[in-house]
Ligand binder design. Structure first.
Ligand code: FE2
Length: 308
């Protein structure tokens, strides 16, 4: 995320509400960060050092994978499930990034780059613009199987990489990276970040089988996937770019509003327009709390919000 990581990460933060894999440059040097930042290049790329994962870590991956595959079979968007198959993601060990990159590159010309953990937003945007997805190399501890402070390899790989096998989503994310560099120049990264939060980490999509989850935040969570699709608590609102940019969110609980697309082309098309006029308009409007719906919303379900 674009705010200081210290303001975002708390020891009780649930996995489903973890921060995005970005941070401020200032925070990069903060001792709070997990991960080894001593062996990386100027782009924050390090080695995966796959041989260093322990048998216990591979076993923890197996547990996480088995649990989430069961959840995603029921609740995930077909595109995500297809992506899992295309990647042939290993069920019983931490994936080798070089092997996955080879498969991914053949499909959409994206590759995975290993990073020590959270990286600064400018480096993150630049990687995306060059079709490189940063994936954290370390895996959570066994006591963090349900809750995690920072994104780990399971969140980044299991949650994000499958959709990168989908050409139009892959193109959308590259364009997001390009827009990120523009947003830094314009001072509007907060607005753009809400698009990542709601439409990459916590996005829903509706199709023939009804509403399904495709966001990495919920799909790497043991419990938010079902909540996002089935619960009567959150609002489910039709995607609107400017509306999303105006919407506040919480990182310490399940989302109170989810935005729903009909297909990934909708996201890509929205991303193709010039953002400067949209930023100028949105900056003059009040922030919308995640608990609220507004008159212009196409609300698919009004949430009961009891859990908020
Ligand atoms: Fe993420």
């Amino acid at each position: 995320m674009q705010q200081s990581i210290n303001s975002q990460v708390t020891p009780t933060q649930p996995l489903s509400a973890q921060p995005l894999p970005t941070m401020t440059t200032e925070a990069a040097a903060a001792p709070v960060l997990r991960g080894d930042y001593s062996h990386m290049d100027a782009d924050y790329v390090t080695d995966q050092d796959w041989g260093a994962y322990t048998a216990a870590e591979h076993d923890l991956w197996r547990q996480l994978y088995a649990r989430q595959v069961a959840v995603t079979k029921r609740y995930a968007a077909p595109a995500f499930l297809t992506g899992l198959q295309r990647l042939r993601m290993p069920a019983d060990q931490v994936p080798r990034f070089d092997e996955a990159s080879e498969k991914l590159h053949a499909l959409t010309s994206w590759v995975i780059v290993p990073v020590p953990g959270l990286i600064p937003e400018d480096a993150f945007f630049l990687h995306l613009a060059k079709r490189r997805f940063p994936v954290t190399v370390w895996l959570r501890r066994p006591d963090e199987i349900d809750y995690l402070v920072e994104p780990d390899v399971f969140h980044d790989f299991f949650g994000h990489v499958p959709l990168l096998t989908q050409p139009i989503f892959a193109d959308y994310l590259q364009e997001y990276g390009r827009k990120g560099q523009e947003a830094i120049a314009l001072g509007t990264t907060k607005l753009l970040t809400r698009l990542f939060w709601y439409m990459v980490e916590f996005g829903l999509i509706r199709g023939a089988a009804g509403i399904k989850a495709y966001g990495a935040g919920m799909l790497s969570s043991a419990t938010e996937t079902a909540y996002s699709v089935d619960s009567d608590q959150p609002h489910r609102i039709k995607f609107d770019l400017a509306r999303v940019m105006r919407t506040d969110y919480r990182i310490d609980t399940f989302q109170q509003s989810y935005f729903v697309i009909d297909d990934f082309a909708e996201l890509f098309t929205a991303m193709q327009q010039p953002f400067a006029p949209i930023y100028a308009n949105v900056q003059g409007l009040p922030l919308i709390p995640a608990t609220e719906v507004i008159e212009s919303d196409q609300v698919l379900q009004v949430g009961r919000q009891h859990a908020a």
